[in-house]
Design a protein. Structure first.
Length: 148
């Protein structure tokens, strides 16, 4: 067997083997979307919507600080414009993805992040999103001795 025919057969076999799972995922209502953390981070909102429609993605989480510039500092009119872009698109606004964290030892940092989270919640409501994402980058160090 030649390499090309091997890969064609193997690929076809994988698709056939995965077919029940793919069918189950589709019938469950599962949809595919995009988080702009890496892919799409350099695109403005019209380009994001265009590319997601082309790829048949159902939704977008707009990670903050990226080229789409959908941020809490948008004016009321700008928020309405963003909401209209989504309303005119087949792509759903899942909401903003923030970098807000709540694990700092400094209470002022936590307070600042809580206030920023509130601003993102209002942004999400205004642009037609369904929720926001807040993150934590902490890692727990587990004790080496057993604790009872």
């Amino acid at each position: 067997m030649k390499r090309r025919s091997f890969f064609q057969t193997a690929t076809g076999g994988l698709a056939f083997a995965a077919a029940p799972e793919l069918k189950a995922a589709q019938s469950s209502g599962m949809r595919l979307g995009l988080v702009t953390y890496n892919w799409g981070k350099a695109w403005d909102l019209p380009e994001l919507l265009k590319q997601c429609e082309k790829a048949k993605f159902s939704g977008i989480e707009l990670r903050s600080t990226h080229a789409h510039k959908v941020e809490p500092n948008l004016t009321s009119d700008e928020r309405k414009e963003v909401a209209k872009m989504f309303a005119d698109s087949s792509v759903e606004c899942v909401g903003p993805g923030t970098a807000c964290e709540y694990h700092s030892a400094d209470p002022e940092v936590v307070k600042k992040n809580i206030e920023e989270t509130k601003a993102f919640i209002l942004l999400c409501k205004d642009i037609g999103g369904t929720g926001i994402k807040a993150v934590s980058y902490t890692h727990l160090t587990l004790p080496t001795k057993r604790i009872v």
